[in-house]
Design a binder for this molecule. Structure first.
Ligand SMILES: C[S@@+](CC[C@H](N)C(=O)[O-])C[C@H]1O[C@@H](n2cnc3c(N)ncnc32)[C@H](O)[C@@H]1O
Length: 227
């Protein structure tokens, strides 16, 4: 993968669906925000390694890369899938418009408990991301204009991957952004290739960021728009 971000378009994106440039600098103060919950995350991994999908939470560098692409101040309804112990969550809360809505869907009970401890006012559904449309019903059936995924798509069985991906497509507002990350080493797995194909089949514009080396393991980010 090259060091430059690649923007891959299918048909031209509709007006208003262009992403905004990332701020040039990342903020180091946020680096500490991802630190809480590391050991709880590791514990959750030991109990459910396949579901949790990583042994360590994402780094502040990856959190910045994900969140910088989301244009959060302009979003009305933001959803995070698979937040783990909150590596992205604190940054999302920090950057989003305080009048907008935000909730998370996390399957692992230990991670849910940790999230609720860390972010007492955050609405966390202890459920599978497959049922995202049902949870949006509690928000007036409004669709999300930004879905941030921390799920390990490459670890999923195809049927589960399909169900969650369909739930995302069902839940995303026209012009909305879907963003997720992928581990570099897992790119050759059939499930990762399958996921990538589904992204290209369904989104009209996809940006792939440079690799974030300061993450264990290194990863890159997909930013996907549809209209
Ligand atoms: C690779 S970890 C990433 C956690 C966090 N986003 C991060 O980057 O540190 C994936 C997370 O997704 C959760 N998860 C796995 N399958 C899920 C599902 N079907 N629905 C919701 N969360 C799920 C796991 O429990 C875990 O917390």
């Amino acid at each position: 993968m090259s060091n430059r971000s690649a923007v891959l378009t299918q048909p031209r994106p509709a007006k208003g669906t262009h992403h905004r440039a990332e701020p040039a600098r990342t903020r180091t103060r946020k680096a500490s925000a991802a630190a809480p919950g590391r050991w709880q995350f590791f514990n959750a991994f030991l109990r459910e390694p396949l579901k949790v999908g990583a042994f360590w939470p994402s780094s502040p560098a990856l959190a910045e890369k994900i969140v910088n692409g989301c244009d959060l101040p302009s979003r009305k309804l933001v959803v995070e899938l698979g937040p783990g112990t909150g590596a992205f969550t604190s940054l999302i809360l920090d950057r989003m418009n305080k009048r907008s809505r935000f909730f998370a869907v996390e399957l692992n009970q230990m991670n849910v408990q940790q999230l609720r401890r860390r972010f007492p006012s955050l609405q966390v559904y202890a459920d599978s991301a497959e049922r995202l449309p049902k949870h949006l019903d509690h928000h007036d059936g409004q669709k999300a204009d930004c879905i941030i995924s921390g799920l390990a798509w490459g670890n999923m069985m195809p049927a589960m991957q399909n169900r969650i991906f369909d739930a995302v497509l069902d839940s995303l507002a026209p012009g909305g952004l879907f963003t997720t990350f992928a581990y570099v080493h897992a790119q050759v797995l059939p499930t990762s290739l399958r996921f990538r194909k589904r992204l290209f089949d369904h989104f009209s514009k996809i940006e792939i960021t440079p690799i974030v080396w300061r993450n264990l393991p290194p990863a890159f980010v997909y930013r996907c728009w549809h209209h």
